[in-house]
Design a binder for this molecule. Structure first.
Ligand code: CA
Length: 699
């Protein structure tokens, strides 16, 4: 089923793009015979090694203060933006929310074309982490990208016309695609997501010319009675026990990171968490549950297994190994080693030999309480007592499911020998859901999130919030220790870009794009983007002029679920493509302040009803509307419901009145009394907020 989406006409985009842009000067000096050759950003991680380090050095520590906005473009939606732009032959390609694709002239910002794959908006209920997309891939004048509803689409780069599209997933299951494809020779490699809801993970290769399936590698075994797709899966099945994991899917989705070594002809994929999270419910007899939370190396010619290394054996915590992986050659103990490096969610930074997966080192880059250390002999983490929540809930455990580092790309500066990690500390209390039953298509983590919800008691709440941090860690992967760190106001900051100008660029949750010295972390320049930035910047040089570009726009998983844990994040989403150059003098229009009007009706429900409403809210609503009904700025703040919305509440929540915005109807899951209980909980949260504010004012 497809729906047509009402969006502004193309002409409106062009007007928006042009609204404060000065025409580029056409002076003869601008392009000279000595102009440096063009340098573009032609693939997702810049290169096969995914270093995200550009040698461009026109913008440097001496002149970065003169960096200014060259042009900007307003996206038509105010949801999360996570894309890495590609710059190919003078055109900049980005993806927006709902798998939209945009092509602009990379010098002037003029919109060339826009493509809308018309993802059905009610598919949003099958997504864990916002309606985001991380970018396109390119080869020989053709673009490739995934859609939220599991299609792989190829367009002609020149005009955005459709070449082909294929459905890469079973649409009866809650699969989604948010990651960028990668291209190896004549194949486009694409994974998918959905392990929070319950799917079986895999990665596929499609023919670049006609979209035919060339190979598929499943990351976890299916029902053993049905046989195995490969010897690698037969071996993996020995590490699973007591099923039936295959009914929920087992997880192991390949939803973001890949890297490629052309000399070794190895494709590296990052594999995600188990489905359900809770191993007791997924594999009750225990086991490592391969290839969950692993880096797996494949032969890209046929998708056959080469080696694996599992960062989190027997994952029970959503500790994915889908985080960014970087290839480098490091001198370790006097020997040059070809390595692969990753800072997965579990909080340890890993260095492996990428020829064979040999474990070289792992040390914590973030606060870690679930394991004491990684045993240097075995390469296995030593799990702390109680961390598996087999008998009772954990205490506040770090990292939580959001990870010590999430999808936000790192960068690797080869001269400084530093990996820049967008690191965060956001803890979680893990507890078994004693009443767990599989609800197909909805969240199925097998955990009870009530103990993890932020408590009302001011002292306990302050203690929990006091553990929340966000930093840049400049990690030395030879010394296996941080060289320096930059403190942010909170977690969920942007991806990294380092350059030959000794600069490090990063956007942040407070709404700035900042340039730091790459060798010391000293802040040199910042720009008020008026919105949180989570996407990574890129840089390119055209006609001798260097540009820096970033997709701005607050969103993703933590802004949806985080509530007050996001100290810096109650910031509105104003989604824009921002492009900078030295002397750029464009300006953004002034931003309207984000205002919350909390004026609830009197509470008429019983405490018991409110408690039932809280339980249901945490099962169905929290993933998009935030802990404690505190919105992180992306979706509506439900403490601000007006009398009109209260009157429409059943029609919205059960009837799907706002499905066009992604708010589907839950009538198959929730009865009228359930919805009334949720409403009572929201009224409770609104009154709690007003009472807390009054107390604060009295102090
Ligand atoms: Ca996950």
């Amino acid at each position: 089923m497809r729906y047509t989406i009402a969006l502004p006409a193309l002409g409106v985009f062009c007007l928006l793009a042009a609204c404060s842009r000065e025409p580029a000067p056409e002076t003869p000096e601008r392009v000279t015979a000595t102009a440096a050759p063009d340098v573009e950003w032609r693939q997702h991680g810049l290169d096969d090694a995914e270093t995200r380090h550009s040698p461009l050095a026109q913008i440097d520590t001496e002149n970065v203060a003169e960096l200014g906005l060259a042009w900007y473009f307003d996206y038509p939606t105010a949801r999360g933006k996570e894309a890495t732009p590609l710059v190919i032959d003078g055109t900049i390609y980005t993806t927006g929310s709902w798998s939209h694709v945009f092509a602009h002239d990379a010098r002037s910002g003029e919109l060339k074309w826009f493509y809308n794959p018309e993802v059905p908006r009610d598919w949003a209920v099958h997504l864990c982490c916002d309606v985001v997309n991380r970018g396109v891939a390119h080869r020989d004048g053709h673009l490739f990208f995934g859609t939220l509803d599991g299609r792989l689409v190829s367009l002609n780069a020149a005009d955005g016309s459709l070449r082909w599209e294929v459905q890469t997933t079973d649409t009866s299951k809650p699969y989604s695609i948010t990651g960028a494809p990668r291209i190896i020779d004549d194949k486009v490699i694409i994974g998918n997501g959905g392990a929070e809801l319950g799917v079986r993970g895999y990665v596929s290769a499609y023919d670049v010319d006609d979209g035919s399936l060339r190979w598929r590698f499943y990351t976890v075994p299916g029902d053993p009675e049905q046989g195995f797709e490969s010897p690698a899966l037969e071996r993996a099945a020995e590490t699973w026990g007591g099923g039936p994991w295959w009914e929920i899917g087992g997880g192991g989705t390949v939803w973001d990171s890949m890297a490629y070594d052309p000399a070794l002809n190895l494709l590296y994929i990052g594999v995600g968490n188990g489905a359900p999270w809770n191993r007791q419910l997924r594999s009750p007899d225990g086991g490592d549950n391969l290839y969950l939370s692993s880096i797996v190396a494949l032969n890209p010619d046929d998708g056959s297994y080469a080696w694996h290394y599992q960062t989190t054996p027997g994952d029970s915590w959503d500790y994915t190994a889908t985080q960014h992986m970087i290839l480098a050659d490091l001198v370790i103990d006097g020997e040059e080693r070809p390595v692969i490096m990753q800072a997965p969610k579990n909080g340890f930074f890993y260095v492996l030999d990428r020829r064979n997966g040999e474990f070289l080192a792992a040390e914590p880059y973030a606060t870690v309480t679930w394991a004491s250390h990684v045993d240097p002999e075995t390469g296995r983490p030593v799990v702390t007592e109680g961390a598996r929540y087999e008998d009772k809930p954990t205490g506040l455990q770090l990292p939580g499911p959001i990870g010590g580092h999430n999808w936000h790309p790192m960068s690797y500066h080869p001269e400084h020998g530093l990996v820049y990690i967008p690191r965060q500390d956001v803890g979680w209390v893990y507890a078994t859901d004693e009443e767990f039953e599989h609800r197909p298509g909805y969240w199925n983590t097998g955990t009870d999130s009530r103990p993890a919800a932020l408590p009302d008691d001011p002292a306990t709440k302050a203690a929990v919030l006091g553990t929340v941090r966000g930093t840049i860690v400049a990690w030395d992967p030879v010394a296996m220790a941080p060289r320096w760190e930059v403190e942010h106001a909170g977690p969920w900051n942007g991806g990294m870009l380092s350059t030959g100008g000794n600069l490090l660029f990063q956007g942040n949750a407070e709404g700035e794009l900042v340039a730091y010295r790459a060798d010391s972390g000293e802040a040199l320049w910042s720009f008020d983007a008026q919105t949180g930035i989570v996407a990574p910047p890129v840089t390119y040089r055209l006609d001798g002029e260097q540009y820096v570009a970033v997709v701005a726009g607050w969103g993703g998983s933590l802004p949806l679920v985080g509530g007050e844990a996001l100290t810096a994040g109650a910031i509105a989403n104003r989604s824009r493509l921002l492009v900078f150059k030295l002397g750029g003098d464009a300006a953004l229009p002034p931003a309207e302040p984000r205002e919350l009007v909390i004026d609830p009706p009197p509470q008429t429900a019983s405490a018991e009803t409110v408690s039932e409403g809280k339980k249901l809210y945490l099962q169905y609503c929290v993933f998009c509307h935030g802990d404690g009904a505190v919105s992180g700025g992306v979706t509506p703040d439900l403490r601000t419901l007006t009398p009109e919305k209260h009157a429409q509440f059943q029609a919205i929540v059960r009837g799907g009145l706002h499905w066009e915005r992604g708010m589907v109807g839950f009538s198959d899951q929730l009865g009228e009394n359930d919805v009334e209980a949720i409403r009572a909980y929201l009224v409770d949260r609104a009154h709690y907020t007003l009472a807390s504010a009054a107390e604060d004012a009295a102090e």
